[in-house]
Design a protein around this ligand. Structure first.
Ligand code: AMP
Length: 249
């Protein structure tokens, strides 16, 4: 069984994101970039499936700028077998990525697509759902546990106030939540091995996909600064402040 994993290059989660001076987006020049953390979990899930005999090949796919090759090399070092970069320097919105991934699914016929529940840069949480809809495949989002058996996936999902377990028929799309697994560290020998694995580069036009943005970003601004807090001497003073200053009582 072939598994496709989608990996996005995003601003590293440790970096304090800064808004560009002209309010058109966030600063990405000279900023450390890494694989989206939920996508690392997706790659780890695929590698564990392969190690357990449930998958025969893992194809990692990224859509974006040429430097996304580094992200794909990381996926290959974690254990993916080969990679495809759909190269574009244009802004790729979730719908465009979903269409590109659909075209690749049609070419490659994976039985399972694993991707992150959301990209930590745009926080869209849309691409997996859109891909499943475009393909007409079942989807299980926010997976915290997954097991494959007899052409189906049993997926435990993190939902508000609890867990939900679904059984979906393959081929399907699964998106990962934080608790699905803890991705392994990439070792130096595996980084060296990853350099020899196949990384194909395609253009959106070769897949017949129009990636023109459908949404316009009007403005990006920093969150409002919070006012400094103050300490109160006792409960009486707190109640007084809540009643007379905050006027919430
Ligand atoms: P989003 O809908 O943007 O929050 O992204 C959800 C998931 O879709 C990510 O965790 C990735 O697995 C996948 N994805 C989004 N954008 C890309 C991209 N440019 N290249 C590859 N995968 C992507």
């Amino acid at each position: 069984m072939k598994v496709l994993v989608a990996v996005k290059r995003v601003v590293d989660f440790n970096v304090k994101v800064r808004v560009k001076a002209d309010n058109t987006g966030v600063e990405t020049a000279n900023v450390k970039m890494s694989m989206n953390p939920f996508d690392e979990i997706a790659v780890e899930a695929a590698v564990r499936l392969k190690e357990g005999g449930g998958a025969s090949e893992i194809l990692a796919v990224s859509c974006g700028v040429p430097q996304s090759q580094e992200t794909l090399r990381t996926a290959l070092a974690i254990g993916a077998d080969r990679a495809i970069l759909v190269e574009s320097t244009d802004e790729l919105q979730p719908l465009a990525v979903a269409k590109l991934l659909k075209a690749i699914c049609q070419k490659e016929s994976p039985q399972l697509v694993i991707m992150g529940k959301q990209a930590i840069d745009d926080d869209s949480n849309q691409t997996g759902q859109m891909l499943a809809a475009l393909l007409g495949w079942p989807q299980a989002t926010f997976a915290s546990k997954m097991e494959l058996a007899e052409g189906r996936a049993k997926v435990t999902r993190e939902v508000d106030g609890g867990l939900e377990t679904l059984s979906i028929k393959l081929p399907a799309v699964i998106t990962t939540d934080l608790r699905l697994n803890e991705p392994r560290y990439v070792t130096l020998p595996n980084i060296m091995k990853a350099k020899k694995k196949s990384l194909e580069i395609l253009k959106p036009a070769a897949l017949g996909v129009d990636v023109a943005p459908r949404l316009a970003t009007l403005k990006v601004v920093e969150p409002a600064k919070r006012k400094a807090g103050s300490k109160v001497a006792d409960a009486k003073a707190l109640i007084d402040k809540l009643r007379n200053e905050a006027k919430v009582l």
